[in-house]
Design a protein around this ligand. Sequence first.
Ligand SMILES: C[S@@+](CC[C@H](N)C(=O)[O-])C[C@H]1O[C@@H](n2cnc3c(N)ncnc32)[C@H](O)[C@@H]1O
Length: 315
Amino acid sequence: MQKYKILKDVLDFAKNKFYKYDIENPSLDIALLASEALGVSKIQLITKEYVSFDTLNISDESIQKFLYFIELRCKKNSISEILGIKNFYGLDFIVTNDVLTPRPETEILVEKAFNYIIKNNINNINNIIDIGTGSGCIAISIAMLLKKQRLKSLKKIKILACDISEKALEIAEKNAKKHGVLDMIEFQKSNLLENINKKYVENACIVTNLPYIPEGDAKKMSKEVLGGDPSLALFSGKTGTDLYKKLFTDLFQENSNFYTINSCFFEFDSGMNTDNIQKKYYEKLLDDLLKNNQQKNITFFADYSGAERFGKIIL
Ligand SMILES: C[S@@+](CC[C@H](N)C(=O)[O-])C[C@H]1O[C@@H](n2cnc3c(N)ncnc32)[C@H](O)[C@@H]1O
């Protein structure tokens, strides 16, 4: 027999529990969890709090589900982990423990890359390659943006989404299907560029958010970050720069097979602007690798906090 009779009963229970466990945005989290488990909107939470569950036609199972969600949140599972959905660039993405939950700052990477592709260089770009696609959020958002443009010249552009993780690719494909862009994207298992056909890399725009956290930082990270996201999506050697170093060396060293890319947009660790070590590292690395390329144009741009977190390489 259910002990909760009206909406307010479970809401008060949830609020007290979140207060006890120091949950950051209790009202927002409760609204999101209640919407999924109980099927009530934010407005209903306020206007119908004294209405009985019977009248609202909310079953005991739904109440149990809501209480279970509250428990999970108190154990520091993130909302996206609990709901299995994360909004990115206005689209809902399926997320599981096999993929990184997309971060809002990566939307800046998508926007900058898309603006570059569409405004500056559409005729010179054959393909777009998302390396380390995870949930597919970058490739799929770009596909959706391209679809909206409906330009004739866009037809020739192919999107390739690759990842070293097969499980991530499965989720990315599901997301592409969910958003109706499966036919615009090819999925490929690959360790960086290893399995990518050279023809794809020819005049490609690479848009990538590879792992960039130094391995030693694992100890300092909260359960919320470590618990939900796979290590494969987070860490990249001792300084967090191993994967980009390998990618850029493969792309740009003198005798490289892949030297013919058009551009590359990438995200890295800004170090919160205290001392942007990774930016300095990539500036030097790219300068060395591309020293004989007179056309190169390498710039960096900032995230919402003003910290430089993205690189743009135009060749
Ligand atoms: C930081 S996550 C980014 C996921 C998604 N692109 C995003 O922005 O939310 C990095 C992704 O790179 C993948 N990855 C790690 N090492 C890789 C490698 N050597 N080659 C290709 N992908 C790799 C991980 O599996 C993970 O999906």
